[in-house]
Write a protein that binds this ligand. Structure first.
Ligand code: ADP
Ligand code: MG
Length: 455
């Protein structure tokens, strides 16, 4: 492998991944060396390295192997001497040796934290888990009089916080071009603060932040425990609130739960509107997948997704939307590369690692708890010796689900149901199997419970 050879191979990926992906992710990869079967590429940021590695490494490896079969693995690293500019969103700005010139006008600073074009309200799929956060974001994006300050959005990784923040920023830019909107990650805030301290430009720093009309700080949990940055953030925050300027904050948890955050900062953050993004449910995941498929269709007009694939993915990948998206991107790229249709076979082949990683082990205890909640009986009654029908039926349902959804044997299940014999469990499972065919209510209960357990 040589740099030239990589140049050629890279071109081939263009048709597979599409122009957009190519320009964003593939073109900037710089082949460095091949050592012991590991091909190393220089990338401009860690963020990019991670992204490429998650989404395109199979494809790249596939191309490379055609050329040189000894290549086993890829590695992406940020060269030590690279100037890690804080441009990419979420790009870690750690240990940046040289700094971009400090902008003196706030508007100039805006362009330093570019917004992702894909993160708009149009592409944000709304469902039960995120409807409140979405509505609040919409309201703020209208740019009307400030009603809640700050708007504090929180939720786990990959649930759409950054997406919503960018959407607000896009919308504000369109509706209120007169407003000076500044979006940045808390990491970038710290980075600029440290830089200003070092370059003795604190006055500029303060002026810059106090001159914005809307300040958006993403992943604010990052500044917890970082003494002087936190202090400066607090002052900036207060100055803007005093001027009645809108502030929008995101974090991975509620203000009160961020460790090492000073109490006065916490209470300041809580005094506006705090809304959370709940974990996605099956319907939302399916909706997101459907909308992403439409976007992929633009790049791959010839590809079709067979029935059942999206449902399967929405079912199986419940961790975070980013993983879900990555899986789909990979499917499309893979399908077009090997010229196959996107069906269950391809999905299993191509996503084996993702599927394994997201496999969730359902326990007997979980099943017992869910079932007793569903039928409104006490857990102890379900496990205990009572033979009343109103306990026995739920017990059999729970046994059935344990048999179907866990890898426990009949005797093991029996033991966990108050030391019952395995024949009792077997009988219960059989009974439910019969009833499932005859009794619509039971079939419905089972379906609901299965969903709840898998969500
Ligand atoms: P967070 O900042 O909460 O970690 P992101 O906003 O970066 O998560 O979202 C991760 C990915 O999932 C992004 O590509 C985003 O577009 C996508 N995503 C998350 N929620 C939704 C949604 N409701 N509709 C469409 N895409 C979503
Ligand atoms: Mg984010």
């Amino acid at each position: 492998m040589t740099k030239e050879k990589w140049g050629e191979l890279r071109e081939r990926l263009l048709t597979t991944v599409g122009q957009n992906n190519y320009t964003t992710w593939i073109e900037p990869l710089d082949f460095r060396d091949l050592d012991d079967g590991i091909a190393t590429f220089d990338v401009p940021t860690h963020f990019m390295g991670n992204y490429v590695s998650q989404n395109f490494s199979d494809l790249i490896l596939h191309e490379l192997k055609n050329e040189d079969d000894s290549i086993r693995r890829l590695s992406f690293s940020v060269p030590a001497n690279s100037q890690n500019r804080p441009s990419a969103i979420d790009a870690p700005a750690r240990a940046a040796p040289t700094a971009p010139p400090t902008p003196t006008r706030a508007h100039a600073a805006l362009s330093a934290a570019p917004l992702d074009r894909r993160f708009t309200f149009d592409t944000f799929v709304v469902g039960k888990p995120n409807e409140l956060a979405h509505a609040a974001a919409r309201r703020v994006a209208e740019g009307g009089p400030v009603t809640f300050n700050p708007l504090f959005l929180y939720g786990g990784v990959g649930l759409g916080k950054t997406h919503l923040m960018h959407a607000i920023a896009w919308e504000l830019q369109a509706r209120r071009p007169d407003l000076n909107v500044l979006y940045l990650s808390a990491e970038q805030f710290m980075y600029r603060f440290v830089q200003a301290l070092r370059d003795r430009k604190m006055m500029d720093f303060k002026e810059l932040f106090r001159s914005v009309d809307v300040l958006m700080v993403d992943d604010v949990q990052f500044i917890a425990g970082k003494g002087s940055t936190q202090e400066e953030f607090f002052h900036t925050f207060n100055a803007l609130v005093d001027q009645n300027k809108q502030i929008i904050i995101s974090a991975d948890r509620a203000p009160g739960e961020i460790k090492d955050l000073e109490d006065r900062v916490k209470s300041r953050l809580q005094c506006g509107l705090v809304v959370d993004l709940h974990p996605t449910d099956y319907e939302l995941r399916l909706g997101i997948l459907q909308s992403k498929v439409e976007q992929h269709m633009v790049t791959y007009p010839d590809l079709r997704v067979e029935d059942g694939v999206l449902e399967f993915l929405a079912h199986r990948i419940s961790t975070n939307v980013r993983v879900l998206e990555g899986a789909l991107t990979r499917l499309f790229a893979f399908a077009s590369l090997v010229g196959r249709k996107i069906d269950m076979d391809l999905t299993q082949d191509c996503l084996a690692d993702v599927l394994r990683a997201s496999e969730r082990k359902i326990t007997v205890e979980e099943i017992q708890r869910k079932v007793s909640e569903h039928y409104n009986i006490r857990l102890s009654d379900m496990i205990g010796p009572k033979r009343l029908r109103s306990y026995a039926r739920p017990r059999q349902v729970a046994m059935y689900l344990c048999k179907k959804m866990t890898s426990r044997s009949l005797p093991e299940i029996g033991r966990r149901f108050g030391g019952r014999d395995h024949t009792t469990v077997m009988h219960g499972v059989k009974r439910i199997e019969e009833l499932k065919q005859q009794d619509g209510q039971i079939a419905e209960d089972l379906e609901m419970l299965r969903r709840a357990l898998e969500a």
